[in-house]
Design a protein around this ligand. Structure first.
Ligand SMILES: NC(=O)c1ccc[n+]([C@@H]2O[C@H](COP(=O)([O-])OP(=O)(O)OC[C@H]3O[C@@H](n4cnc5c(N)ncnc54)[C@H](OP(=O)(O)O)[C@@H]3O)[C@@H](O)[C@H]2O)c1
Length: 296
């Protein structure tokens, strides 16, 4: 498994396993979560993507029990996020869903994440969403100080546009190391709207959430695309899902897909896409089929 160096200190596995859907699984026992971690580790997938809000603020705790029992923390990089307050779980009294990127909230959220996951530090902390009410000076200072305190090794953002990224970065000493955004064959605006270009200009890798469009890629209304993925997967002797991920890996922007299946069988096959070197013509055939027209 290739590794992507996001900083001098931290590298991530090229394919990342995300735990947004952890509590959708029928089995949320720590032994089952440990099996998922083992299935990842067998393929050298060492990076786990979490967020305080996942599972109604409960997914980090479920992972934490597994980390404690398995002792796998030192084999993994833990990414987590903060900044969204939704009226569920520990915030169920909140009268409204909102974003909070204040110093107080970020500190509290990080303390919760550390405690719930039974870990001493977070490898990479991301602000989950751009906050329309953000005070960039306060938020930037807070992220810098969390790194200085050793609670967080690196910081980044998620769902930020280039202007949000630049604004926050302009108030910080530490470099933001990545942006996690939605990218898949059918969520492909970032290839031309400047989101990827901005990160490439900054020489920064990007994390892709829902790289299979949350499974929608395989819905029957995408028949032309599915047929094409099947055709190409036959040539490469692999699966349509592996081709969909290989399509992201083939792009020069160092995209790190964050995959979210709950199936142990599918987790065990996550790294298959890394063996595929998708050719440029196939890349464009897939892109044009997804757009429904040729490039001009
Ligand atoms: N930063 C953000 O705002 C943000 C937002 C959303 C997600 N994320 C991150 O991205 C991660 C991945 O998101 P995601 O779960 O939507 O990603 P995904 O890998 O695109 O979708 C996984 C979903 O697709 C289904 N699926 C259908 N066919 C599949 C196949 N052949 N192979 C694999 N899965 C298949 C899975 O079902 P089964 O479980 O039955 O296999 C699962 O429900 C999350 O866990 C989270 O860490 C971040």
């Amino acid at each position: 498994m290739e590794r992507i160096k996001v900083s001098e200190n931290v590298s991530l596995s090229r394919i990342i396993y995300g735990m947004w859907r952890l509590t959708d699984d029928m089995d949320t026992s720590s032994s089952h979560i440990t099996k998922k971690l083992e299935a990842c580790l067998e393929q050298q997938i060492t990076t786990i993507d979490q967020a305080d809000i996942y599972g109604g603020y409960e997914a980090e705790e479920l992972l934490g029990v597994s980390l404690k029992e398995s002792g796998y923390r030192d084999k993994l990089e833990i990414v987590t996020k903060c900044g969204i307050i939704a009226p569920v779980g520990r915030f169920k009294q909140s009268p409204v869903k909102y974003y909070d990127t204040s110093k107080e909230h970020i500190y509290q959220s990080v303390e919760h994440s550390l405690k719930l996951m039974n870990i001493d530090y977070i490898d990479l902390l991301l602000l989950h969403r751009p906050d329309p009410f953000m005070n960039p000076e306060e938020t930037g200072f807070t992220l810098d100080s969390l790194v200085e305190q050793g609670k967080v090794r690196e910081v980044g953002v998620s769902n930020f546009k280039p202007y949000d990224f630049s604004l926050l970065q302009s108030f910080m000493h530490k470099k933001l190391v990545t942006n996690q955004i939605e990218i898949s064959i059918i969520s492909n605006d970032c290839f031309t709207n400047g989101d990827l270009a901005f990160m490439q200009e900054k020489r920064l890798p990007i994390m892709a959430w829902s790289p299979l469009a949350g499974g929608k890629l395989f819905d029957s209304d995408n028949k032309f695309l599915i047929d094409l993925l099947k055709e190409i997967s036959n040539i490469y002797n692999t699966t349509p899902a592996a081709i969909a991920i290989a399509w992201l890996l083939a792009h020069p922007a160092n995209i790190m897909p964050v995959m979210g299946t709950n199936s142990l069988t599918r987790i065990r096959a996550l790294s298959k896409a890394c063996d595929i070197n998708l050719d440029k013509q196939s890349w464009f055939r897939i892109y044009e089929t997804a757009m429904g027209h040729e490039v001009p």
